[in-house]
Design a protein around this ligand. Structure first.
Ligand SMILES: C[S@@+](CC[C@H](N)C(=O)[O-])C[C@H]1O[C@@H](n2cnc3c(N)ncnc32)[C@H](O)[C@@H]1O
Length: 235
């Protein structure tokens, strides 16, 4: 399958703005929306003030859910479960939002099938995930989890990295979430891609290293961005 050209956004803030705009447009034409945050972790970056919505968060990490409940308190329903074992109803949600989760999950094909089942007709599937075909994605797959913790703590300055309730979570990053297989999933389920963007640039020297490795792979792996935003819609 030949893929459409990938446009890139300057940063995650721009990606979140696009997601928020899409959610607001959807909410404007629906009196009430049910949102599932799949792999909700400790935070949700969107303010949907003025809209009638219900936010359900599911996560396998009890400590992350505890922090979310006590520090943020924005979830209407909290489900502590592996996504694969969740018992949501068919066509239960208007929106399923999953941010930096699918790279940590085995059986992405099956999980995408569940997302499709849990969505209402016309519902939105919003996914943020590292780009499988990026230099960052490639290096993350090739390096051990201990290195990821070290990187987040000492290069990104995240002092809680690796502690209970905090990432980085062990990386699986199955190819099923790469652009090609994801487009195939959409077309075999009659879903439409509404927005597809790359975003995220590494800081300082890491950016140059990433761009150089990308160039050495003749563009097979993107050096200039490392995340993808997919916003798709069920028929
Ligand atoms: C990197 S964090 C992202 C958290 C949040 N979505 C965000 O964007 O900040 C990944 C989250 O996915 C959760 N997770 C990983 N595998 C899961 C699974 N099989 N079922 C449910 N949650 C899972 C982790 O516990 C963690 O909270």
């Amino acid at each position: 399958m030949s893929l459409p050209h990938l446009d890139c956004l300057p940063n995650e803030k721009a990606a979140d703005k696009l997601v928020l705009q899409t959610l607001e447009d959807y909410a404007t034409s629906h009196p009430h929306i049910d949102i599932l945050e799949a792999g909700c972790g400790r935070r949700w970056p969107y303010k949907l003030d003025g809209f009638d919505y219900r936010l359900t968060g599911i996560d396998i990490d009890a400590e992350a859910l505890r922090i979310r409940k006590e520090d943020v308190g924005d979830l209407d329903e909290i489900v502590h479960s592996d996504l694969h074992k969740a018992r949501f109803g068919e066509a239960q949600f208007d929106v399923i939002y999953s941010s930096y989760v699918l790279e940590h999950v085995y059986g992405v094909d099956a999980l995408l099938g569940l997302f499709h089942k849990w969505l209402k007709p016309g519902g939105l599937l919003v996914i943020k995930v590292p780009d499988y075909q990026s230099v960052y994605g490639l290096i993350t797959r090739m390096t051990p989890h201990k290195f990821h913790i070290f990187y987040k703590r000492y290069f990104r300055g995240l002092r809680n990295a690796g502690k209970p309730g905090y990432g980085p979570y062990p990386t699986v990053h199955e190819r099923a979430i790469a652009r090609g297989p994801f487009h195939e999933f959409l077309s075999s389920n009659a879903m439409t891609m509404l927005q597809e963007r790359g975003y995220g640039t590494l800081p300082g020297m890491q950016k140059h290293v990433s761009n150089t490795i990308g160039a050495l792979t003749f563009g097979a792996y993107a050096g200039g961005h490392y995340n993808l935003l997919y916003i798709s819609q069920k028929a």
